[in-house]
Design a protein around this ligand. Structure first.
Ligand code: CO
Length: 140
């Protein structure tokens, strides 16, 4: 059921500073505009790579879930990885039936790509925070 690696989420205290790493040090040439997702408590910026994306995430607002991560990793760091699935509800229910914990209410919310997403608890994923997103329609 697991599909393509869609993106790697990288938390940062400053998207502007993080962009310099990918643009100036690594030579990335396709970098989107920074945009806010207030209901998720994050600023987001995508660095486009030939086969995937880096999702830069910076806290938005005082209640941002990223604050805890940055308290432990002040310079930022790898936060999550995101795989595509064809049917998010089916994937969620399958994971639950196998004993995995879905974060939050377990109900999908709309992620930065405009499609439903969920997060699976790292304790079920070998210590990695895993995001699952429904494959955007027309992407294949
Ligand atoms: Co993500």
């Amino acid at each position: 059921m697991i599909g393509k690696l869609n993106h790697v989420g990288v938390a940062t205290p400053s998207i502007e500073e993080a962009v310099k790493v990918y643009r100036d040090l690594l030579g990335a040439t396709s970098i989107g505009e920074k945009f806010s997702m207030p209901e998720q408590g994050v600023w987001v910026c995508f660095v486009n790579l030939p086969n995937s994306q880096i999702e830069l995430i910076e806290p938005f607002g005082a209640e941002s879930p990223i604050h805890n991560f940055l308290a432990k990793n002040p310079a930022g760091g790898q936060h999550h990885i995101c795989f595509e699935v064809d049917d998010l509800i089916a994937a969620r229910d399958d994971l639950r039936s196998k004993g995995a914990t879905i974060l939050g209410t377990g109900e999908p919310r709309i992620g930065a790509h405009g499609v439903p997403i969920i997060f699976v608890h790292p304790r079920n994923m070998g210590g990695v925070l895993v995001e699952l997103m429904e494959t955007p329609k027309g992407a294949h």
